[in-house]
Design a protein. Structure first.
Length: 127
């Protein structure tokens, strides 16, 4: 049921993207973000369901986010006119994979919360 609802969400977002010429610039950026987040969530949900069905098949089908992907996170926030600064003082390859995924998710959630609860304020993450 959840997978179906999420797929429907992505279909609606993609429909809006197809009509992007009719939307203002700020709305196009938002719709692009919605569509990307929906596709990512859908893939992660598929991976989760597959692992729950067969724990022996625990390898994800999609690449798992890591510290190398952190620089892409602020793009959607910057497109919405926000100032975002990310600094990292550690070599990504020196950090274990599960920790990289956890850091990625924490920064991702922090940026979403900053955008939701402090619209227009600059965001900064350092580590």
């Amino acid at each position: 049921m959840v997978a179906h609802s999420l797929t429907l969400f992505v279909v609606h977002a993609e429909t809006l993207r197809a009509r992007g010429a009719e939307l203002p610039d700020w709305a196009r950026a938002q719709v692009d973000g919605l569509a990307a987040a929906g596709r990512q969530s859908s893939g992660e949900l598929r991976d989760l369901l597959r692992m729950l069905r067969d724990p022996a098949d625990a390898d994800p089908l999609q690449p798992v986010p890591d510290l190398g992907g952190l620089n892409a996170l602020p793009a959607g926030h910057r497109a919405a006119g926000r100032t975002v600064e990310l600094t990292m003082d550690v070599a990504p390859q020196s950090v274990p994979g599960p920790v990289q995924l956890a850091v990625y998710r924490v920064v991702q959630e922090a940026l979403v919360n900053a955008r939701r609860h402090a619209p227009g304020a600059p965001a900064q993450a350092a580590g």
